[in-house]
Every structure is written in C-alpha cells, then in structure tokens.
Design a protein around this ligand. Structure first.
Ligand code: AMP
Ligand code: ZN
Length: 261
C-alpha cells in the first residue's frame, strides 16, 4: 500500500490505524521508489498498535520497453544500496515530470512545477500530475487524465530514464531484501512474466487487488513450479485508487513469515 510519501493519500500512521481497525495483523507500506515512510516513530507506532510492519518499496523498472514494478520486502531501509537507488529515482522523476509538464504546456495546459513538487512529500509521479489537472478543471477524474493526457499511450506520456530489473534486484538483495514481481495480472504479455521471474526474482505477487481466483491460479501455479515465494496486497492508495480498499487482497501469516525469514 502507498502512503503520502508517494501517491497514497494516508500518512504511514493513518495506514497503521486503518490496518488496526480492519483487524489486519501485518502490513507493508510499498511507496513508489521511496522508503521515507520508514522512520523509527512509524515502527514504534506499529508496535504500539500491534501491527507487524514489514519494510517495502515498489521500484519502477523498464524491461523490453515495458514498465514493470518490482516490490522489495524485508530489507534494511537505511542500506546504502536502497538509499542510493531511491535518490536516483528522485532525480529520474524530477527530469521526467518536467518533460511531462513541457508536453502539457505545448497543449496550452500550464502546471507550475514547484506547486507539483509541493503536493507530495516523496516520489512525485503521474497521479500527482493527474490531481493538478483535476484542480485546474482540465479533466474531472484521475482516469480521464491518464486516458486523455498522461497514460502510457497518451500524447503527453514520457517514459523517462530507465532502471533495469537486474540492477534493481541487485540493490534489493544487497540490502538483505526479497524481490517480487508486482501485479503480474496487469502485464499484457504473459510470457514476459516468466522471463522476468527467471532473473533471480524471489517471489510473485499472486494475490492482487480485487482480481478473482481464476486470475490468480496461473500465478500461484508458476510460483509453485519455480519454487518461489508468494505475496499479496491491496495496492491501497486511499483516494487515488478508490477501487482498491485496504485489505481487499492479502496473504496468511505463513506466507508473511516466509518473506520475513
Ligand atoms: P508513475 O510512477 O509516475 O509513472 O505513475 C504510475 C502510477 O500511476 C501507477 O502506479 C498507477 O497508480 C497510476 N496509473 C498508471 N496508469 C494509470 C491509468 N491508466 N489510470 C489510472 N492510474 C494509472
Ligand atoms: Zn504497481
């Protein structure tokens, strides 16, 4: 799930409170390209609330011209490798966001860069740009912003610089973490998932958002066949993705503990 350090609308503390009220026993906050959620105060609050908090982050990668998200779990958030990769993503996002805003300006839509940066605390991305477009009255929903302007096949889309999957996996492993392919359900070319998984990936996000069991069984079979770990998550973003309520997808304690080992 995502916090205000990327494109979520709840703070890490609010995520923990909500998890407690939903009677979840453990969670991971997996902001895009940022580990700023993981402060000592947040860990203390999680233990006060008796919520097991596993470190997490969702790294953006490029594989064969496609954006692939890699989830890292149970790593040291202060490890040099992780901190350095997150800093590289901040710079990548800065340059990319500026280019997206230039493309929008070409269409007569002016969004102030400083205002955009001030709207988020960590990784600033397209959902923040979508929000700015709503505030300006250019579109009325996030979906419309993606469909008409900034989605992958839309006129103002900019892929930005890429970070490869192998270099991301190396960083995660150096920090003692485990790497999972995120939401394979959303990858259009299914054979690509198999090729990615063979790149020293530790697990597959088998359970994702509100996908039905028949959309999970293939990924479960792949995880079993390749001897990989299993993860699951709601991809909760608060108001940014209202269709994914917290807890809509999950794994049992056995699977959670295997990731923590
Ligand atoms: P970024 O990391 O800046 O490229 O933004 C990616 C995020 O934008 C994804 O994680 C989604 O939350 C959101 N997103 C991507 N494509 C769409 C879409 N077509 N409609 C709505 N949200 C999207
Ligand atoms: Zn993702």
């Amino acid at each position: 799930m995502h916090s205000t350090f990327s494109d979520g609308t709840l703070t890490p503390f609010e995520l923990i409170e909500r998890a407690k009220s939903l009677k979840l026993s453990g969670i991971s906050i997996t902001d895009h390209d940022s580990v700023l959620a993981y402060t000592p105060d947040v860990f203390d609050f999680a233990s006060e609330q008796e919520i097991e908090l596993m470190t997490g982050v969702e790294f953006s990668c490029r594989f064969e011209e496609t954006t692939i998200h890699i989830l890292a779990y149970n790593f040291d958030p202060l490890a040099d490798s992780i901190v350095t990769l997150c800093a590289r993503h901040v710079q990548r996002r800065e340059r990319r966001n500026k280019t997206i805003l230039e493309r929008l300006r070409g269409k007569g839509i002016i969004i102030d860069y400083d205002e955009l940066v001030n709207s988020a605390k960590g990784a600033v991305g397209r959902p923040h740009i979508a929000n700015a477009l709503i505030k300006k009255g250019i579109v009325s929903t996030i979906q419309q912003a993606f469909d008409q302007l900034i989605g992958d096949s839309s006129p103002c889309y900019v892929p930005g610089e890429s970070v490869t999957i192998p270099e991301t996996l190396e960083v995660i492993h150096q920090a003692g973490g485990k790497a999972f392919i995120a939401h394979p359900h959303l990858v259009r070319k299914k054979k690509m998932v198999s090729r990615i998984v063979d790149l020293k990936i530790d697990g597959i996000e088998v359970y994702y958002a509100k996908f039905p069991p028949h959309r999970e069984s293939g990924w479960l079979a792949m995880a079993k066949e390749k001897g990989l770990l299993i993860s699951g998550g709601s991809d909760f973003h608060g108001d940014y993705k209202e269709k994914n309520p917290m807890g809509c997808s999950w794994v049992n304690k056995e699977a959670f503990n295997k990731i923590c080992q």
